[in-house]
Design a protein around this ligand. Structure first.
Ligand SMILES: C[S@@+](CC[C@H](N)C(=O)[O-])C[C@H]1O[C@@H](n2cnc3c(N)ncnc32)[C@H](O)[C@@H]1O
Length: 364
């Protein structure tokens, strides 16, 4: 139990009282000496009492009257450990304190030290360089794959990546969404079909992002926006692909397929039935063209008509099941518009949807 353990630790530390008092007497800006005392005297003595370094540091900092916080002791310890010879080095001490506490990699520390000496850097120059390099490192990490990779199932993007899709195209999805879907749900060499290609966002991802260049795609739309897209009305002619020939289908259906929030409650059930009829055709066709273990993702959200909530994600999940498609993923994606405002209907308060869902299914 932690209380017993900390009581034992406190008892053991009481044998170190003399050293703790000496530590507490150090001046707060004497980082290197404090570090030296910690590394050479206090930590070995604590170890003899059976208390490991970090535990000893944490415990003494919570002792009444002890003036240094744990983070500072840790920094001093690190400073002395990395630069026990600081006096013999060419730069002022503060450079080495910053290097020891801000740069984990020893090769990188040596590199910064060399450049700082060669270029006669001030401490602000060094701090700026470390800060800029850290920002660049984080950016690289984020875009290692050539797009903003998400690791959790809430996909929110500041803005649509301008490389993908055509600006001002109604209903264009941020390309980062499609890139993440391809990352998680397609494999190398996959054959991908987008029956609602719109501004060609999916095609752009495959054409531009290096890791997807091995994918092959076919784009369809009722109103093609470029020469890569084949004209097709899915409601009339289905998806013109062979049965069991496709690895992944991406469905971003048009808003016209869904009831409008301005529709009256009276027409809600008719509007729902109309939407479900269209979606059934789309799902049936997707299931038909998918290979076994092929996947389909659909962007969908609930619609609130008057006071009635139509749970399209739930309806689509049931529909997919009918066609032997098992759900394997769900992602939430906020709308980037202020069109969703709480509204009043018949004197009652009601909400509109601000989160879209991306559901993914696998063919059994
Ligand atoms: C939401 S947009 C797709 C946007 C696309 N993902 C993008 O990022 O640009 C829906 C598309 O479906 C197309 N569409 C509407 N009705 C259609 C139909 N019956 N058959 C095929 N495409 C249709 C529209 O022309 C529109 O481009």
């Amino acid at each position: 139990m932690p209380t017993v353990k900390s009581k034992q630790t406190t008892e053991k530390l009481s044998h170190l009282n003399n050293l703790i008092e000496k530590l507490n007497a150090f001046s707060a800006d004497n980082y290197w000496d404090l570090g030296k005392f910690l590394v050479e005297r206090f930590i070995p003595a604590a170890l003899k009492e059976g208390i490991f370094g970090d535990e000893a540091l944490k415990t003494i900092t919570s002792a009444p009257g002890f003036k240094f916080p744990y983070s500072m002791l840790k920094q001093c310890q690190q400073f002395y450990t990395y630069y026990p010879d600081v006096e013999k080095r060419l730069l002022p001490e503060i450079f080495y304190f910053d290097l020891a506490t801000k740069v984990d990699d020893s090769a990188k520390r040596r590199e910064y030290e060399k450049i700082a000496i060669d270029r006669k850097w001030t401490i602000s120059d060094l701090r700026k360089k470390i800060h800029d390099d850290e920002l660049a490192r984080r950016m690289d990490e984020k875009t290692k794959y050539g797009f903003d990779l998400k690791e959790k199932n809430f996909w929110s993007f500041e803005a649509a990546d301008p490389r993908f899709g055509k600006p001002n195209y109604k209903g264009r999805i941020p390309g980062q969404v499609v890139a993440n879907l391809l990352f998680y749900y397609t494999n190398q060499g996959a054959y991908i079909v987008d029956p609602f290609a719109g501004s060609g966002t999916l095609g752009d991802i495959v054409d531009i992002v290096q890791i997807f260049k091995d994918r092959k795609y076919k784009l369809y739309d009722i109103e093609p926006s470029d020469e890569r897209i084949v004209r097709n009305n899915i409601l009339q002619t289905g998806i013109p692909e062979q049965t069991a020939s496709v690895d992944y289908v991406f469905l971003d259906p048009p808003s016209e397929f869904f009831p409008q929030t301005s529709d009256s409650a009276f027409t809600a059930s008719a509007a729902k039935a109309d939407t479900m009829l269209k979606l059934k055709g789309v799902v049936r066709e997707s299931a038909r063209i998918l290979k076994k273990c092929g996947r389909v993702s659909i962007i969908i959200e609930p619609t609130i008509v008057g006071l009635e909530l139509i749970d399209f994600p739930g309806e689509v999940a049931s529909l997919m099941k009918e066609f032997d498609l098992k759900q394997i993923g769900k992602v939430y994606m906020p709308r980037r518009s202020d069109s969703s405002k709480a509204s009043r209907f018949g004197g009652e308060k009601s909400l509109t949807s601000e989160i879209r869902e991306i559901l993914t299914f696998e063919k059994l």
